[in-house]
Design a protein around this ligand. Sequence first.
Ligand code: NAD
Length: 483
Amino acid sequence: MPTLYIDGTWTSGSGGSDEVVNPFDASVIEAVDQAGPDDVERAVAAARRAFDTGPWPRTPAAERAALLRRVADLLVRDKEEIARTETLDTGKTLVESRIDVDDVTAVFRYYADLADKDSGRLVDTGKPAVVSRVVHEPVGVCVLITPWNYPLLQLSWKVAPALAAGNTIVIKPSEVTPLTSVLLVRLLEEAGAPQGVVNILLGDGRSVGAPLTEHPGVDMVSFTGGLATGQAIVRAGASTVKRVAVELGGKNPNIVFADSVRTDGDFETVVDNAVTAVFLHAGQVCSAGARLIVEDALHDDLVAEIGRRAERIRLGNGLDEGTESGPLVSAAQRTKIEDFVASAHDEGARLVAGGHRPEEPDLQKGFFYRPTVFADVHRGMRVIREETFGPILTVERFRTEEEAIALGNDTEYGLSGGVWTGDAGRAERVARALRHGTVWINDFGPYVPAAEWGGMKRSGNGRELGPTGLAEYQEHKHIWHNT
Ligand code: NAD
């Protein structure tokens, strides 16, 4: 079955085909069609037509919301198939993939409810004869470009609000993990998306992503991915002054004060969370708690226990229920991690756990790497400055609250951070002082569709989720009516 969807028709496109690889054993899952330059033109033209003359932008918000609810119902129906496909494609565990599908369903329902209620606002001008309103309208043709780590989840954060607002879309998923994005488009078609409103092009960033971001027929690009790509996309959008929202990487601090541990149970909780914060999905998470920053009094005990726990993490096939962590997504990603480990060794970091590929015979074909912990790291090291996007935890030490805050902010990124403390005043002070888009206190990682997600500094310039996540896909038009 063809895997490009343009103007309401599934098509093979003109860019040939590409093999999608299962990172567990490097086997080919399937070959998918690739878009050529003419497919890019056709998809943008279809989305343009559907926006300029089609019904979708003019459809009442309640009807658009109904389509999103139908998609949510279909996601529930197909949950197992989608979760399995996500695991095959990304290597993450089936448990994680099922959570992703549930989260995606919740995002569609959230934006359905929000679209229903979104009616703009009246503005008091102080002039009795004037009725002044700010109304919300869609931006136009939106290109949605996504990364490989949370293919379906990241896409839903864009598709649901973009469609709720009345835009038409061209989706460009990561070439590394395109399969569940295609499944989502099938559900959008089944749910009744009108012709041209939803389009998907598969292919790489250079031949498909870049032409879309430069295209004069595109009004907005929403991108999630790496910093260097984000910078290129911001530049590409400049010539046509299109709206460009970028969600980029992170180098996220997880700060532990000694007063967070009053009992053995507290210690267990901190260890559990610190380990999950960094090693979930083999560390391939933008908000991974990759920098553990620990108060002196707790440092040695915590490092020793986290090292022991890291050594015990069971690697395996994401489809097997007993697996705690899958492989890295690709051979290239593993090479990158091995380079980081080599540089940390060279720069004098102390290896506490991992630092090598696993030895089990059944893990040799896939792109596995052991969860790795480095202590005695310092600011000059590459492993602490750059996003590794893999299973590497570094541990730093602090003595005062000021020092902890300074370390937590000592990064060009600003996506997320955690603070562990039993002192409520300190928790609030540190949370407010950290320049990161999300801060968890005595927790790490949870999010809800109703709360904004996004980065400060070089982690991005937009917000997804929450009401702001809808506003990103809207024009706010002022209508001044002198009656
Ligand atoms: P990437 O930047 O390599 O690729 C992301 C997407 O951009 C892919 O679809 C790719 O084909 C496309 N692309 C590449 N070059 C392009 C170009 N010149 N023009 C247009 N599109 C282009 O990122 P990745 O390796 O797929 O993902 C990992 C990165 O994503 C990490 O840095 C991670 O932190 C980040 N991320 C951020 C968030 C967040 O919420 N802030 C969430 C998930 C991932």
